[in-house]
Design a protein around this ligand. Structure first.
Ligand code: SF4
Length: 378
């Protein structure tokens, strides 16, 4: 790479998708954590220990609080003129900005619950909530998904155990009106019942839709009965995520011993039932790369998913502090590129696009460089 003097104008030495891949794999150090946009998330069910940052017009989630991030060659500093800039090994690469703290975070429900404990801003314009913050699989370390921190934010008092439909409707309305969020992700810990949380998601979706015009993705495990897909859609859900996380039996059993009891075959039959309900490309899954699945295994699974009209959102695994995997290394950038670049071609060939998804993680895209590769940038 060409050497650049630190005072020179910033440059993008790598195609954007590759720089995003490196930042998400290595994480970034913050020279001034207090001056870097909205507070970042710690714990929880979605991207955690990350910070949202906007680079070359794209907002991505970058690990900042993880153990590897402390060793990252990337650092964000503030220049004398107040701009924020990414350095690699001390050399400036690009300017970045941070989404500002959402206005709805300053509001509180009538019973005194701060809105930020009910839902948070993800990426640039996504409202995200975990409707049930408790999970049947989180009861023992033997059964818990090893990467998940759903109980940590609850234990730390940063959220509440159950968000009511009325609370979610109130927050969603405010987030649309004050912060212009354009879609919403509703995920849930898995409750003991056979519907895997679908009834709770259905009620919550209906309440939000009655309050405000906002596209919603619901996320759950495959329920006992496929009729729940129709019920959730009829309640107003626009898209659905059912997350495989890992794709090979050995990795599934090791990383998520409880959830691995639901066989891949059930995920596949659930996808086949859900795609006609929500539409081709409106059902997606989240696959964490870097937990032991090979490139070939991930791409083979993605091919099966694409054949069924399912969008395979592959993201780099991020080790979250306090989880059993906090010291597990993340994937290296070369591995991520070797997965995401051909996957973007496969997605295109299947006629799917992140930008066509009505709501949810695949549309947001902040946790992976996949959609940037899809656009042919990198
Ligand atoms: S991709 Fe999903 S989990 Fe990641 S920031 Fe966007 S909405 Fe949140």
């Amino acid at each position: 790479m060409k050497q650049t003097h630190p005072t020179a104008a910033p440059i993008l030495p790598l195609p954007t998708a590759e720089l995003m891949t490196e930042l998400q794999s290595y994480g970034v150090r913050l020279a001034d954590p207090d001056g870097a946009g909205a507070q970042s998330r710690r714990g929880g069910a979605g991207p955690s220990d990350h910070k949202a940052m906007t680079l070359d017009g794209m907002t991505i989630m970058v690990p900042v609080h993880t153990a590897p991030a402390a060793q990252s060659p990337y650092e964000i500093t503030r220049t004398a003129t107040g701009a924020t800039r990414i350095l690699r090994d001390g050399l400036p690469l690009a300017e970045v900005s941070f989404p500002r703290r959402p206005r709805f975070y300053d509001l509180t429900t009538a019973e005194g619950v701060p809105y930020w404990k009910l839902a948070t801003l993800h990426g640039r314009d996504v409202l995200a909530t975990t409707v049930l913050q408790e999970c049947v699989r989180y009861q023992s370390r033997a059964k818990t998904c090893q990467f998940c921190a759903i109980g940590q934010s609850l234990a730390a008092g940063r959220t509440i155990a159950r968000k009511t439909p009325e609370q979610l409707a109130e927050v969603a309305k405010a987030a649309v009106e004050l912060d212009h969020v354009t879609h919403m992700v509703m995920t849930t810990g898995t409750p003991p019942g056979k519907d895997r949380g679908c009834s709770v998601l259905m009620e919550s979706t209906a309440a939000v839709k009655a309050a405000v015009d906002l596209a919603i993705q619901v996320q759950c495990e495959p329920p006992d009965d496929d009729i729940w897909f129709t019920r959730m859609r009829d309640a107003g859900a626009d898209s659905l995520g059912m997350h495989l996380e890992a794709v090979t039996p050995e990795v599934r059993a090791r990383i998520m011993p409880g959830k691995a009891q639901v066989p891949i075959s059930r995920y596949m039959s659930a996808f086949e039932a859900a795609v006609p309900v929500f539409g081709k490309g409106q059902v997606s899954t989240y696959i964490l790369a870097g937990l032991g699945d090979t490139r070939e295994a991930i791409l083979a699974m993605c091919e099966q998913l694409l054949n069924r009209g399912v969008y395979p959102f592959v993201v780099p695994f991020v080790p979250i502090s306090g989880t059993p995997l906090e010291h597990h290394p993340g994937p290296n950038p070369a591995f991520m590129k070797s997965v995401l670049q051909p996957l973007a071609e496969m997605v295109r060939a299947a006629g799917l696009r992140a930008t066509d998804i009505k709501a949810g993680c695949g549309k947001c895209g902040a946790c992976s460089a996949l959609s940037t590769y899809e656009k042919g940038i990198g």
